[in-house]
Design a protein. Structure first.
Lengths: 289, 289
């Protein structure tokens, strides 16, 4: 695996592989690699002849008071893990390589990114769509992989690619869980022992609510109300949201059909997100991913 | 010259030429072709092995009350002119081919697009940057040509390409004038006879003011004040703005250096823009273009 720091090096490396008619794949990441990231990389490497992963903690997707400074950075470890997961080129630029002084252009999805995480993180998805646009333009991949853990991000990116006609296929990667059901996240390392032990309670409640809704035992609104109370009681955290969503991320009701339950939980200083499909089952809806 | 209506046809046509190692060039237009457009096309065809022109009156760059409905549409004539100017592929999509129902993603340059035309046309440059992003993603050209007539648009597009890392070279095309000095514009056809006769007064005054500033005979502020009064008197129009600008479109003062004078004039129901370099001279600063 090659490590590069500049856009020019990426363009040169990719151009050679493209001329050799290899399929180019991209996995955008912020590092702090865990099995979730590695699963996306392996998925990409299985589809592409040349897999690029980016490792860039993107400042413009963090708001004031968020964890930009403390976000886990372990580049040496990440390099070894990426190489083992089939990445051919790791692009780890400095902030001033990615953003020219006085940069003033942004990409914004104005609908799917407004609610859920977007409501409490203004500017977050604008930062995501802007940096992903840049990465798509630098790498020019044939396909790019985004994990279902960040469900809203995945939907926003799919919408952006459709609306702006990016010539890339967006592939959904699975949500990978710890053996006790906690969704893997680079932010899980922030949890102290007791909160780490309580955190999987969110997933257990989401799964039961999803089964109740799918089986028709409970109305969506009743299932959500009970699940909200139970998650906060079990985890000791404060729910930022817990919503039933259709396939377009709109609020689901009985008629429209519920496709996902999605939640954000503030647990101490740590913000955790999770989602399960309705009906539960399939990738990401069991502890084994 | 081939005429196509769909993005897929463009992609297929361009892919074949790219595989043949041809340089791909793009000239985005809204039709109503005059010698200004044709000059950009010839310039592009001279640099590229395969020249694509788009012909699309982009609704999202028009504001309420602007001339979206009345904008000149003469496709048959435009086809013949484009073919004669070296265009290989003319992409003339319908609105619903370009914009999917429920499209919600926009590209916005937040600095250079704010003043001048952006001040009176909120959302205009957001519409331009969004449609140009789409065209760049559909055609994936090596180079794209934008005329200096739309100076602010050229600067906004250059900034967008830099900020978002589009793999394309932006080429400035000359500003082409009628024999009497009026900058060519698709909107000139809106002018009645007396206003058409008065309109070149703006250019004559701009040139004299540019010469005075460059020669040091007048301070910038004094030259602008005199020119504002004279343009309105000579043309019978109302100036929306007349500004002295540096190379980054910021207001120029004696110390910073003036690179352009740029103006927008409301003449009856018609809005005309123009600009000259300081010092005057070179492409676009004489009646012969």
């Amino acid at each position: 695996m090659e490590l590069v720091r500049t856009k020019d090096e990426v363009r040169r490396a990719v151009a050679g592989r493209r001329a050799g008619e290899k399929i180019i794949g991209l996995v955008p990441t912020m590092g702090g690699f865990h099995e979730g990231h590695l699963t996306l990389m392996r998925l990409c490497a299985g589809r592409a002849g040349f897999t690029v992963a980016s490792l860039f903690v993107n400042p413009i997707q963090f708001g004031p008071g968020e964890d930009l400074e403390s976000y886990p950075r372990h580049e040496q470890r990440d390099r070894e893990l990426a190489a083992g997961a089939g990445v051919d080129l790791l692009f780890a630029p400095a902030v001033d390589e990615m953003y020219a002084p006085g940069c003033s252009t942004f990409v914004e999805e104005t609908e799917l990114g407004q609610g859920l995480c977007g409501a409490s993180r203004p500017g977050h998805f604008r930062g995501v769509t802007t940096v992903v646009t840049k990465l798509l333009n630098i790498v020019q991949p044939d396909l790019a992989v985004f994990g279902r853990k960040d469900l809203q991000q995945l939907m926003v990116i799919r919408r952006m690619v459709r609306d702006l006609d990016f010539p890339v296929e967006i592939i959904e990667g699975p949500l990978v869980r710890e053996p006790d059901g906690l969704a893997m996240s680079s932010r899980n390392v922030y949890l102290d022992e007791s909160r780490r032990a309580a955190a999987p309670g969110m997933y257990a409640v989401l799964m039961r609510a999803a089964a109740q809704i799918a089986g028709g035992q409970r109305q969506i609104s009743a299932a959500l109300a009970a699940a909200r109370e139970e998650i906060e009681r079990k985890t000791g955290g404060r729910l930022e949201y817990l919503e039933a969503l259709d396939n377009e991320l709109a609020a689901a009701d009985e008629a429209a059909g519920c496709a996902y339950l999605a939640a954000a939980l503030q647990l101490g200083a740590t913000r955790l997100i999770d989602n399960v499909r309705v009906p539960p089952g399939g990738s990401g809806d069991g502890p084994d991913g």
